[in-house]
Write a protein that binds this ligand. Structure first.
Ligand code: SF4
Length: 481
C-alpha cells in the first residue's frame, strides 16, 4: 500500500522550517513501501535517510545538540517471532542508542512488544558473557578460567575430530531449543557423519507437529488470520507467546473487519478474554469438541463439497472400509456420518465441560466462514497429553471439511511461501543411528526423545564426549564437555 499521508497546515509549516522531517515526500522519493496498513503508520525515517539521520538529544534541551545516526535493520531474538527492529547507531561512538520497530518488516510491520526495544539491555547487560570460560574445578564447584576463542575452538574441534576418527561419532551431540534454521544444522551434521541432532521439541511442539504432518507433510500451519471470517485457536499460547506479535495484530485486524474468534483454553488467557466464544475445555478433551464440530458440519451439510470431492481421498476410503458399496460421494458422506455418529455435542460436553449448545453454534459459524476459517494449536493442548497429536489432527479436519486449506483467510502449510536458502551440495545421510536420541523403544518418535538422554547416560547406554548448543543472547551460549 502506498503512503498517502497528507500533512496538515501545521505539519507543512513545521516541515518547511525543518522542525520535522518531510512527511509527504516519502513514497515518491524512496520507492520503498511500508508494510504497515494505511492509518496505522508508525513514525519512521524514510529508508533513503537511514544512512544519515539526525536527531536531537532530548536531555540537552534547551540546547539543540544534534547526533548523527545510521539506522540498521535487524531482528529481535527475544522470541521466535523474530520481529523487525531498527538500530539507531550513533556515528560518533558507533554504539546503539535505541532500537525501534521497523515498519518495513513484513511480519511485525513496525509493531513490537516491549521486549523488542528492550534488546538494548542485552547489548549493554553488565552480566553478559564477554569471553569463553573453561571450568577448572569439579563440576558445580564454580571455578572457571578465562580462555581464548582460539583455544576453545581448538579444544572442541579437536575432541570432535578425535571422536570421529575413532568411530565414536555418536558421542557428539548438538542440542538446540528450537530447530528453526531450516535444516542447516542437520546439513552440517550429515557432512560430519554425526547423527547428533537433539532438541526439546518432544516436550514441546512435536505432538502438534505430528498431527499436522500426517495430514499434509508439513508439520506446522500458517493461518491467514487477517482475512479470516472465523478464527479458532486451541490454547492461547501461540497468540500470547511464540509468534504472538505478528499473529495477534492480524487477529485484531480481522476482528476489526467483523471476524469472530473462538478459543478453547481452560485458562482465561489474554486471548480468551478477547474472544467471542471462550470454551474452557478440560485439558486433553479438545479432540472430543473438535470431532463434535466435525459431526455438526457433516450432518448439517455445511462442508465444502467441491474441495472434499477434489482433495480428499474418499474413493480409496470407501473401497477399503466399505468394499462392494458403490463409490459415490453421497455414500462417502453417509459413511462419514456413521463414522462420527458417537461424537455428539452432548458427548463432547460430558468430556470437556463445554456447553453442547456452544459447540453447535461455533460449528455452524465455522461452516458459514467456509474457506475463510483460520485455526491454530500450539504447545499446551497437544504436548504432555497422551494422544496430544489428535488435537491438531482433529482441528485440521475442520479446515479440510470447510475447504479452508491454502485459501485467503484459511490455514496453509507453514512453508508454502517461505524463503529457504538452497545449499550448494547435499551430504550423504549418516551411516550411524544414535539410539541416545532416537531409541529403539520409540520407533515412531516424531522428534528426538531428548528428555530420556540423561537417563540413558546414567544407565550407561552410551557416552557423550562433546555436547554443544547454540545461543545468541547473554548467558545462553554454553558448550558442555
Ligand atoms: S514479539 Fe516481542 S520478543 Fe518476540 S520478536 Fe517481536 S518484539 Fe521480540
Amino acid at each position: 500500500m502506498s503512503y498517502t499521508h497528507k500533512p496538515t497546515v501545521i505539519e507543512s509549516i513545521a516541515e518547511k522550517l525543518h522542525l520535522i522531517p518531510d512527511l509527504h515526500k516519502e513514497n515518491g522519493r524512496d520507492g520503498a513501501r511500508r508494510a504497515a496498513e494505511e492509518g496505522s503508520e508508525i513514525s519512521c525515517p524514510p529508508p533513503s535517510q537511514w544512512d544519515n539521520w539526525v536527531e536531537y538529544d532530548s536531555k540537552s534541551w534547551p540546547e539543540r545538540k544534534a547526533s548523527e545516526y545510521m539506522l540498521v535493520p535487524t531482528a529481535c531474538f527475544n522470541c521466535e517471532a523474530g520481529c523487525g527492529l531498527l538500530a539507531y547507531v550513533d556515528k560518533e561512538s558507533m554504539k546503539i542508542r535505541k532500537l525501534v520497530g521497523n515498519p518495513y518488516h513484513p511480519a511485525s510491520r513496525g509493531r513490537n512488544c516491549a521486549k523488542g526495544p528492550a534488546t538494548l539491555n542485552q547489548i549493554e547487560d553488565s552480566d553478559r558473557v564477554l569471553y569463553p570460560m573453561k571450568r577448572t574445578g569439579k563440576r558445580g564447584e564454580g571455578k572457571w578460567a578465562r580462555v581464548t576463542w582460539d583455544s576453545v575452538l581448538d579444544d572442541i574441534a579437536g575432541r570432535m575430530r578425535k571422536a570421529i576418527m575413532e568411530g565414536r561419532n555418536n558421542e557428539i551431540s548438538y542440542h538446540v531449543g528450537r530447530p528453526g534454521h531450516d535444516g542447516f544444522m542437520e546439513w552440517i551434521l550429515r557432512a560430519w557423519n554425526v547423527d547428533g541432532h537433539n532438541s526439546h521439541t518432544n516436550v514441546c511442539s512435536s505432538g502438534a507437529r505430528f498431527g499436522y504432518a500426517i495430514w499434509e507433510g508439513f508439520d506446522r500451519p500458517s493461518p491467514d488470520h487477517a482475512n479470516a471470517k472465523f478464527i479458532l485457536l486451541v490454547s492461547a499460547h501461540l497468540e500470547s507467546g511464540h509468534y504472538f506479535n505478528p499473529h495477534s495484530q492480524r487477529i485484531i485486524e480481522a476482528r476489526m473487519k467483523g471476524a469472530k474468534l473462538a478459543v478453547l483454553d481452560p485458562r482465561l488467557s489474554n486471548t480468551a478474554s478477547m474472544s467471542d466464544y471462550w470454551m474452557p475445555s478440560y485439558p486433553g478433551s479438545e479432540p472430543a469438541i473438535l470431532l463434535a464440530m466435525a459431526k455438526v458440519i457433516i450432518d448439517e451439510g455445511i462442508y465444502n463439497r467441491a474441495y472434499m470431492e477434489n482433495w480428499v481421498n474418499w474413493q480409496a476410503y470407501l473401497q477399503t472400509e466399505y468394499p462392494g458399496t458403490p463409490v459415490t460421494f453421497e455414500n462417502f458422506i453417509d459413511a462419514l456420518k456413521k463414522e462420527y455418529s458417537e461424537y455428539t455435542p452432548e458427548y463432547a460436553s460430558r468430556e470437556s465441560g463445554v456447553d453442547a449448545a456452544a459447540i453447535v453454534e461455533v460449528a455452524r459459524k465455522i461452516g458459514e466462514a467456509g474457506t475463510q476459517f483460520s485455526t491454530h494449536v500450539w504447545r499446551s493442548a497437544s504436548s504432555g497429553n497422551l494422544g496430544g497429536w489428535a488435537v491438531s489432527r482433529t482441528l485440521h479436519f475442520l479446515n479440510v471439511l470447510t475447504g479452508s486449506v491454502g485459501t485467503p483467510g484459511g490455514t496453509s502449510p507453514s512453508a508454502w511461501n517461505k524463503f529457504k536458502p538452497t545449499v550448494h551440495a547435499e551430504p550423504k545421510p549418516q551411516t550411524y543411528w544414535n539410539t541416545l536420541q532416537l531409541p529403539d523403544e520409540y520407533p515412531l518418535a516424531h522428534f528426538e526423545m531428548s528428555f530420556l538422554l540423561p537417563h540413558f547416560l546414567k544407565e550407561g547406554r552410551g557416552k557423550l564426549d562433546v555436547y554443544f548448543t547454540r545461543g545468541y543472547s547473554s548467558g545462553n551460549c554454553r558448550v558442555f564437555q
